[in-house]
Ligand binder design. Sequence first.
Ligand code: SAH
Ligand code: SF4
Ligand code: F3S
Length: 437
Amino acid sequence: MEKRVYIKTFGCQMNEHDSERMLALLEGCGYQETKRWEEADVILVNTCTVREKPEQKAYSIMGRFQQLKENNPAVIVGIAGCVAQQEGEQLLARIPNLDFVLGPGKIHRLPEILHAVAQGSRGVCAVDFENGDLVDLPIPHTRQLSAYVTIMQGCDNFCSYCIVPSVRGRERSRPSNEVLAEIDALIQSGAKEVVLLGQNVNAYAKNKPHELTFPQLLAKINEIPGLERIRFTTSHPRDLTEETIEAFGTVEHLCEHLHLPFQAGSDGVLARMNRGHTREEYLSKAKRLREKVPQISITADVMVGFPGETEADFDQTLELMRAVKFDGLYSFKYSPRKGTRAAQWRDDCPPEVKQRRLEVLQELQRGITLRKNKALEEAVKEILVEGQSRNSPRKMTGRTRCNRIVNFTGGPELAGELVNVKITEGLQNSIRGERCG
Ligand code: SAH
Ligand code: SF4
Ligand code: F3S
């Protein structure tokens, strides 16, 4: 009988993509995915350590699986991802019955490790980083309309609060010919959109003079026949060049959406965060983007309660939000991460102040989002149809080029198609439309 694997993923798109690749590797060895962990032969928790919350969630879910293991010792339970990378062998001591620990640079070893565990090995730990980190992994075979493509790994920015450089290693860019070949293959298997991934994609091949630059790579990808949409994430404001800004509106298939985290609105906080850009620099890049492509959607990450953040600093964050009018915002309370520079400073913003600032900020953003959604009413947008809407079987759902989700009346035969939809209603949390060609 086929063995079943259950994968639970926390964290960013790089982690989601790692989970897809682990699944593809295991499918190649005869495993089948299950969405029900109770019936799994192998349980894999792909973890994130960027903030306290996702890390705690990963530990609590691990606790649940341990109980399962007590009832059925044949189940194999492993922990992967950035907590695995950070904690390594210590996890084996901390979590009873844990079978293996697998770092993000060691994904290719998964089948071999599962085999060893099945043969009786206990407490296998593979977390070291090598130069050969960018090992070719099978492309997921599931027919995906929108597919992730890694163009770089790691990060050299060392923002003072951030654990990513220590769990994902130094910045490494994939050769462009490999990236292009992978995209070609994905299109052959049904993809119409690619999302280029990296912690800082704007720094693609920064130290490789003979390689394509990031905007040149975008232009090359644009030429691949059959590809309808190109997206990328994440961008760092400092490395966002004028050439990349120029690509919006020029490179036909590049979608009008940019995720450009700003983290904080005051220069003092930005400097302590080691972000390498000022408030003014951020504002001027956002302005350039909107001059070039007025309808461009700009989303961002921001955090509140960084060490030393005053009410005046926080007001500057709100001011920046009012100036840019983000199309979407991911907001977080700062939490110290072991081993980062900021963790040496006193986490001096009380939890209730962090909570209040977060709520004020989210309230401001809700108003901006609602006004933006309303302003779309009557407009006709091109939608790439993803599938049936979760809430209503008679409706389909898809995204605009600006990455807004729209629900509209239509049948399942539209899945995977590009259709024009007239927006009829822009609400706080959803946008409705009618098909018009
Ligand atoms: N490479 C991406 C960010 C990855 S982490 C970038 O630079 O944009 C995703 C987000 O988590 C960050 O943008 C930041 O807003 C948040 N974050 C990172 N470390 C954090 C910490 N210690 N506390 C709270 N939020 C944090
Ligand atoms: Fe972390 Fe900064 Fe790198 Fe983003 S750019 S991954 S926030 S160190
Ligand atoms: Fe989290 Fe690791 Fe991504 S820490 S945000 S899963 S790179």
